[in-house]
Design a protein around this ligand. Structure first.
Ligand SMILES: Cc1ncc(COP(=O)(O)O)c(C=O)c1O
Length: 436
C-alpha cells in the first residue's frame, strides 16, 4: 500500500480534491489504506503500484467497464483507430456508423450528438431542451453531474440535492441568478412532481430523470411523467449514464417501456474509453443547430470505435444476461450470508448495480470495516457490486466465501459493539466534502 498512499498524499498537495472524480477518492472507501492507484487492470482484476492483485468487487471503473477492464475486442478496435490516426482535420466516418447503430437500437430516436462525459452530455441535453422550448426551468430527479444547471438546485436550499445520490454538493461558484432554475423531486414521488408542474407551469423546459437505479418505478411513475410532460410540451430527458447498458444493450427505458424525447449515454458506452451520446427525436434535436454546442475532442475517433466495438460485443454475447446472473448471485449471497451470520443489511438496486446498506446506527463504521477486511483478503469491495461480463461465477463464489468470513467478523463486532476499535484508519467519508 506504501507507494499508492504516498503518491496520493503528494496528489492532494497539487490536485485540489486529490482526484478528478469524487467517487474515486480513497477516503470514500478506506481512508489511508485504500490502494489509490493502479498499475494494470484486466478483466475484473486490478494491480496496485506495489504489485498487489485484487479482484474488483466494487464499481468496475465507476460503472464504465461493463465488459471488464482492458477488453481484447474493444482494445483491438481502439488500437486500429490509433494506428489510422485518432484525430484529424476531417471527421471520423465512425460518427455516422455509431449514430446508425444507436438509432437502430432506439427506433424512437432520429438524431445523435456526441460528447465524452456524462455531466457535459446532460448539460448539452438541457441546453437543447431549453433552446427548443424557449423556457428555462428544469425539474429533475437523481444525480446528473457537476454542471451549473444541476448544482444551482442547491442555491435555494443547500440540502435540495441530498437524497439524489451525492449529499452535500456545494454550489460555490454557481451564479446566484440561477436560483430556482432547477427544482428536484424524489423518485416515485408523483405528488411532489405534480406540485412542481403546477407551481412552474409555463416556465418548464425539461424534466430530467434516471429511468431506474436503486429502486423500481412504482404506481406508474414513469408513465405519468411521460404523460404529463407530453401534455405540457415539456422535453423529457432520460439520463442513461449509469442505467444504460445494464438491463439491455442500450437504454433501460426500452425495457421499462418509456419513450423520452432525449436520452443520454456515457460510462458503459465506451467500456472505459471516453464516449458519450445524446440521442433524440428530430424535432427536439434540431434545436442543437440553433444554439452553439461544439468542442474539438468530441470529434476524436477512439471513443467512437470503442463504442461501436462495445455495442457489437454486447449484442453478440448477450452481456445483459450475464450481468443479471452475476448480480442475482451477489444479491442472494449477501442476503443469505447476512442471515446466516446474524448481520442486518438491506439489499437494493437492479442486479447489475447491486447495492446494500448496513442497518446499524454506525453504518459508516461497518462499511469501512467491511472494506478493510475484504481488502486484506484481496478484494476491492464496498457496499456495492457493479457486475461485468468479466466476472465469472467462480469469481463470485470466491468473493462470497470471503464475504461469509467478513460478515461473521462484522456481526461479532456489532454484537460486542466494538467495530470502530477494529478500524486501522479513519472512517470512510460519504457525499461531498473538502479534503484536509
Ligand atoms: C445518472 C448519472 N448522470 C450523470 C453522471 C455524470 O457522469 P460523468 O461522471 O461522466 O460526468 C453520472 C455519474 O455517476 C450518473 O450516474
Amino acid at each position: 500500500m506504501g507507494k499508492s498512499q504516498d503518491l496520493y498524499k503528494e496528489a492532494k498537495k497539487i490536485i485540489p480534491g486529490g482526484t478528478q472524480l469524487l467517487s474515486k477518492r480513497p477516503e470514500m472507501f478506506l481512508p489511508e489504506k485504500w490502494p489509490a492507484y493502479y498499475s494494470k487492470a484486466k478483466g475484473c482484476h486490478v494491480w496496485d503500484l506495489d504489485g498487489n492483485e485484487y479482484m474488483d468487487a466494487s464499481y468496475m471503473g465507476i460503472g464504465a467497464n461493463v465488459l471488464g477492464y482492458c477488453d481484447d475486442d474493444v482494445d483491438a478496435a481502439v488500437l486500429k483507430a490509433v494506428q489510422c490516426g485518432s484525430m484529424c482535420t476531417l471527421n471520423a466516418p465512425e460518427e455516422v456508423e455509431l449514430a446508425e447503430l444507436l438509432l437502430k437500437i432506439h427506433p424512437w430516436a432520429d438524431m445523435v450528438r456526441y460528447a465524452k462525459t456524462g455531466g457535459e452530455s446532460l448539460a448539452i441535453a438541457v441546453r437543447i431542451a431549453r433552446a427548443y422550448t424557449k423556457k428555462d426551468v428544469v425539474l429533475f430527479c437523481g444525480y446528473h453531474g457537476w454542471c451549473d444547471w444541476y448544482l444551482s438546485a442547491n442555491l435555494a436550499e443547500n440540502s435540495a440535492l441530498d437524497g439524489h445520490l451525492i449529499q452535500g454538493l456545494d454550489p460555490a461558484g454557481v451564479p446566484r441568478e440561477l436560483i430556482n432554475s432547477a427544482k428536484p423531486f424524489m423518485y416515485n414521488d408523483l405528488t411532489a412532481f405534480k406540485h412542481l408542474i403546477k407551481e412552474y407551469r409555463g416556465k418548464i423546459a425539461t424534466v430530467v430523470l434516471e429511468p431506474i437505479r436503486n429502486i423500481y418505478p412504482e404506481n406508474e411513475f414513469l408513465e405519468t411523467i411521460r404523460e404529463v410532460t407530453e401534455k405540457e410540451g415539456i422535453v423529457l430527458i432520460i439520463d442513461e449514464v449509469s442505467a444504460g447498458f445494464r438491463l439491455n444493450c442500450g437504454g433501460s427505458h426500452l425495457v421499462l417501456g418509456i419513450t423520452p424525447d432525449i436520452a443520454v449515454f456515457a460510462k458503459a458506452l465506451g467500456n472505459g474509453y471516453p464516449m458519450a451520446a445524446i440521442i433524440g427525436t428530430k424535432e427536439v434535436m434540431d434545436s442543437a443547430q440553433s444554439t452553439f454546442i461544439s468542442s474539438t475532442y468530441w470529434t476524436e475517433r477512439i471513443g467512437l470505435c470503442a463504442a461501436i466495438a462495445t455495442i457489437n460485443k454486447y449484442q453478440k454475447e448477450h452481456v445483459e444476461q450475464h450481468m443479471d446472473k452475476i448480480g442475482k448471485m451477489v444479491q442472494k449471497g449477501w442476503s443469505d450470508l447476512a442471515a446466516k451470520n446474524g448481520l442486518h443489511i438491506h439489499v437494493t438496486s437492479i442486479y447489475p448495480l447491486s447495492h446494500f446498506e448496513f442497518e446499524y446506527p454506525n453504518a459508516l463504521v461497518m462499511k469501512t470495516l467491511f472494506t478493510q477486511e475484504m481488502l486484506k483478503k484481496g478484494y476491492l469491495a464496498t457496499n456495492a457490486f457493479y457486475t461485468s461480463f468479466a466476472h465469472t461465477e467462480k469469481d463470485v463464489l470466491g468473493y462470497l466465501d470471503t464475504v461469509d468470513t467478513v460478515f461473521a467478523y462484522l456481526a461479532d463486532a456489532a454484537r460486542k459493539n466494538n467495530a470502530e476499535s477494529l478500524l486501522e484508519g479513519p472512517v470512510c467519508q460519504t457525499g461531498f466534502q473538502r479534503l484536509s
